[in-house]
Design a protein around this ligand. Structure first.
Ligand code: TYD
Ligand code: MG
Length: 461
């Protein structure tokens, strides 16, 4: 018989140790290490021919055998890659109160109205509370099967025996417990065991499973990281509670593209889909102000115009403040350095503030040029040319680089009434209804404002 060694492993990241310890060195989690015996030191003797034969399939079978379930919320469907796949599991995370329960109740209510069998199990709210909310959302007549339960054993038994749904929602995985484990609901081992059991159930009865996951202080889904590996799709529901809109973002999707976003607006009648989000993120396109530029971005497959606001103000402090909302801090530092070193525009004695209007978080490097334009416009107090959009990546030597999806960006801008586009030299433009200004180096953006200042300055005096 193979020697069985005593071993301890971390429930969070799976690292193994020879001795027990309180904190996992690999992931920094406390109290996640438990004894894990029964593991053979060497998997000897497995090739004895006693295993069962598995059957192999070819790739052309990999077509979706089941049609996807469309939930009726187009934004959610798109983020999922075209609806729920039967037998798959989706994890949706987000801050408390952001609207996870609301969006799922709306999706379930809509699907049940369309004839799908939908089950909503809440471990947080009583059925009375959920139906009150459903009434407010105008979904009271929808034939959703509601339950308030926490025991995975009870849930699995009822779903397997009586009630095979097309869609099963578990709100939330942190409130569920498996009674064969001692630990409390929400602990790493409970979350892992419960999700494993539910995912197995979903595959068995071929229903789409939707798990709600709480997030930790730093915005990660609480519980074991392996949870994100176990499910097919991970969605994050984000948004600033000070703003009314919410963004659903796919960070992992086995059945569709990631980086796809869905935009919703929180109203008194629940979440409403926003079909044209660009209009939401543009605060005042018609009023010309200095220090604001419109960035033509792309989120996933969808173009999105956002306003970028910059403010450069003289500072009395030894280390002037740099504050950024909605963009990367180090990217701003890089642009300030390039402006200084390559264009001779030093902002060392100034405070710099940057804000992406509406609370959106922009991640594309293509926003560089729009940020630089907003900052230079703020310094020179000259507005960015009227009705213009801008995009392009800035390299360390100050060169402006072309970015992808130029046509999609220009088309969206033309649709929303913009007339001028400031874009990188060498961008492949097929046909555009806008006046195109191509720039090759960041200094051209700087001179765009200074030369205009001279011209308009003469008029102003
Ligand atoms: P909820 O879905 O309970 O959040 P989560 O499940 O992510 O914790 O969202 C609750 C918030 O949404 C709450 O602050 C009130 C707001 N809300 C509305 O503004 N309008 C509505 O119609 C509903 C149902 C909720
Ligand atoms: Mg909730």
């Amino acid at each position: 018989m193979a020697r069985v060694t005593e071993q301890y492993s971390c429930q969070n990241c799976g690292s193994s140790y020879r001795k027990w310890q309180g904190k996992c060195d690999a992931c920094g989690e406390w109290n996640s290490i438990i004894e894990d015996t029964g593991r053979e030191a060497l998997p000897k003797g497995l090739s004895t021919g006693k295993g069962r034969h598995i059957t192999f399939a070819s790739l052309d079978q990999a077509e979706e055998t089941h049609a996807r379930h469309h939930c009726g919320l187009q934004e959610l469907d798109r983020v999922l890659g075209g609806g729920f796949v039967p037998g798959s599991s989706v994890l949706i995370g987000g801050d408390p109160g952001i609207g996870k329960s609301t969006i799922l109740l709306q999706a379930v209510g809509q699907m049940a109205k369309n004839g799908y069998r939908c089950t909503y199990i809440s471990g947080e709210e009583a059925t009375g509370q959920i139906s009150m909310r459903a009434k407010r959302l105008g979904l009271a007549g929808s034939p959703v099967r509601l339950a308030a339960a926490n025991s995975i054993r009870d849930i699995v038994t009822s779903i397997e025996k009586e009630d095979k749904p097309d869609l099963l929602v578990i709100d939330s995985i942190q409130t569920m417990y498996a009674d064969n484990l001692d630990s409390a609901p929400g602990s790493v081992s409970q979350v892992r065991a419960c999700s494993q059991e539910l995912i197995r159930l979903a595959k068995k009865v071929q229903c789409a499973l939707l798990l709600v996951g709480h997030v930790t202080k730093d915005g990660q889904i609480a519980g074991p990281r392996v949870l994100e590996h176990m499910v097919d799709t991970v969605l994050y529901f984000e948004g600033d509670r000070g703003h009314q809109f919410r963004i659903l973002r796919a960070v992992k999707n086995r059945f569709g593209a990631t980086d796809e976003i869905g935009v919703f607006e929180m109203t008194d009648k629940g979440l409403q889909e926003v079909a044209n989000p660009s209009s939401l993120f543009l605060s005042n396109k018609d009023r010309e102000i200095s220090g604001a530029s419109v960035f033509a971005g792309v989120e996933g497959t969808r173009p999105l115009l956002v306003e970028i606001q910059g403010l450069v103000a003289p500072s009395q402090q030894a280390t002037p403040r740099r504050a950024v909302v909605g963009w990367d801090n180090s990217r701003l530092a890089m642009i300030l350095a390039v402006l200084d070193a390559r264009c001779g525009l030093s902002l060392a004695g100034n405070e710099v503030y940057l804000n992406v209007a509406g609370g959106l978080r922009v991640q594309e490097p293509a926003a560089d040029l729009a940020v630089a334009a907003a900052l230079v416009s703020s310094i020179s107090d000259i507005p960015v040319p009227e009705n213009s959009i801008i995009f392009g990546e800035i390299g360390l030597s100050g060169e402006v680089r072309a970015v992808g999806q130029t046509d999609a960006r220009l088309k969206e801008a033309a649709k929303l009434g913009f007339t001028t586009a400031i874009i990188p030299m060498g961008s492949k433009v097929k046909d555009a209804d806008l006046k195109i200004i191509e720039v090759e180096h960041l200094s051209e953006i700087v001179s765009l404002f200074t030369s205009e200042k001279q011209a308009s300055g003469a008029q102003r005096v």
